[in-house]
Ligand binder design. Structure first.
Ligand SMILES: Cc1cc2nc3c(=O)[nH]c(=O)nc-3n(C[C@H](O)[C@H](O)[C@H](O)COP(=O)(O)OP(=O)(O)OC[C@H]3O[C@@H](n4cnc5c(N)ncnc54)[C@H](O)[C@@H]3O)c2cc1C
Length: 391
């Protein structure tokens, strides 16, 4: 097929590579003049890593990824261990692919190389899609800088403010969740050895606030994401905020958290609003569909937003090979993907409620009852986008 993809984020590039690999003609249009993933770290679990492996990315990610031994959920001030979910070898043996953490730029770059190896001309930059039209024979994308382009199918991988979504579902704007995320990294050598954690992903949980910390680039960098309940603010991935506000948000927290706050570059503290939407069961029109944040933006509290975009891409590539009309195949894709991604959106919101419980004893009981490790090992990580039946 002749396919246009709007957006060259992690979802759009994964879709491009998967579709090119299956012999489709693919063109990707990205509004940015340069390709660069903002933000710092990202976590990838087996359900997504299987897709990355199928695209030949293993050597690329292994060069810089860190494999954490576990998720450790700890109380924000005392550091009490509330719950531990083994990762490392256990995750790989159980689910057939590793769990790793990587700099977003490194993952994005690896995907970009994979797409360009399959078709060096596939990606057009500085190309913002503005309008989508479709008729019985095909779909036409209009741009602000390019002449219109026509194809059999358009895939909206254009993120939370998706233009393709507006065409398919109307103008339903994302909703501010009442939570914002701080993002910083610090060189691990700046943290006193006695305060460094093991190679684990630690989630420090406290009243109306939690912080996630994990290592990147062979352990050289420590990634910090602080998620705080706050009144509305601008949605931006690049807004720097005063260090004093970060300091204020984490006053009284565990010495390990304090060590990170004390050592971050004071002019490199970014904070952005976290938005999401009610999950939709409808993702497609007759000749256009969506994947990733365009259709199921979520709070990042299960570390699954990009993983879901990667799963979508793999399942879409497989669904297009099913029998039936294009509209039938798109229906099967969305019918298969919508319940799983809706569950991630819903459970991520619930995780926010769990991580932000004020009273220590209530939090202890809630973590015990929830048993995150059992739940995620049962339904989330075993899913294989390359093999699952697309019912
Ligand atoms: C704090 C935080 C931590 C996270 N941690 C994790 C994690 O550990 N693991 C995980 O799996 N996920 C994580 N996520 C989620 C993850 O970052 C997103 O779900 C993922 O990046 C979405 O990818 P995407 O390709 O769908 O969209 P995006 O990355 O938003 O890409 C969309 C692309 O489309 C382009 N675009 C937009 N409109 C147009 C247009 N009209 N024309 C052309 N181009 C356009 C944009 O410029 C952009 O390049 C986290 C998110 C946050 C906020």
């Amino acid at each position: 097929m002749d396919i246009l993809i709007v957006g060259a984020g992690i979802g759009g590039l994964t879709a491009a590579a998967a579709l090119l690999q299956r012999g489709h003609r693919v063109r990707v249009f990205e509004q940015a003049p340069q390709l660069a993933e903002v933000g710092a770290g990202i976590q990838m679990s087996a359900n997504a890593v299987k897709v990355l492996d199928s695209l030949g990315l293993r050597a690329a990610y292994e060069a810089s990824a860190v494999r954490p031994k576990a998720f450790e959920f700890r109380r924000f001030d005392s550091g009490e261990l509330l719950h531990r979910m083994p990762l490392g070898e256990q995750h790989e043996q159980r689910h057939g692919a590793p769990y790793f953490q990587i700099h977003r730029g490194d993952l994005h770059d690896a995907l970009l190389q994979a797409v360009r190896a399959l078709d060096p001309q596939a990606i057009a930059l500085n190309a913002r899609a503005t309008v989508l039209e479709e008729d019985e024979e095909g779909a036409t994308l209009h741009f602000d800088t390019l002449a219109p382009v026509r194809a059999e199918l358009v895939v909206g991988a254009d993120g939370i403010k998706s233009t393709v979504r507006r065409y398919i579902l109307g103008d339903d704007r994302p909703v501010f969740t009442g939570q914002v995320a701080w993002r910083c990294t610090v060189a691990t050598t700046r943290i006193a050895p006695a305060l460094r954690t093991d190679i684990v992903s630690t989630i420090w949980c406290g009243p109306h606030n939690h912080a996630v910390m994990y290592y990147l680039r062979g352990g050289e960098l420590l990634n910090f994401v602080g998620c705080v309940e706050r009144p509305a603010e601008e949605e931006s991935w690049t807004a720097r905020r005063p260090w004093a506000e970060l300091d204020e948000d984490y006053r009284g927290w565990h010495p390990m958290v304090r060590a990170v706050i004390e050592h971050v570059e004071r002019d490199q503290c970014f904070r952005w609003a976290l938005n999401n939407r009610e999950p939709s069961l409808r993702w497609s029109s007759a000749r256009a569909t969506m994947l990733g944040d365009a259709v199921h933006a979520t709070l990042p509290y299960m570390a699954q937003g990009a993983a879901m975009a990667i799963e979508d891409a793999a399942v879409l590539a497989r669904a297009l090979e099913l029998p039936g009309t294009l509209a039938d195949r798109l229906r099967r894709y969305e019918a298969h993907r919508a319940p799983r991604t809706a569950r991630v959106v819903r459970e991520s919101t619930e995780m926010g409620e769990l991580y932000h419980i004020g009273d220590a004893e209530t939090m202890r009981r809630a973590f015990h009852d929830r048993d995150i490790a059992r739940s995620r090992n049962e339904w989330l990580y075993p899913y294989d986008p390359l093999q699952v039946a697309i019912a």
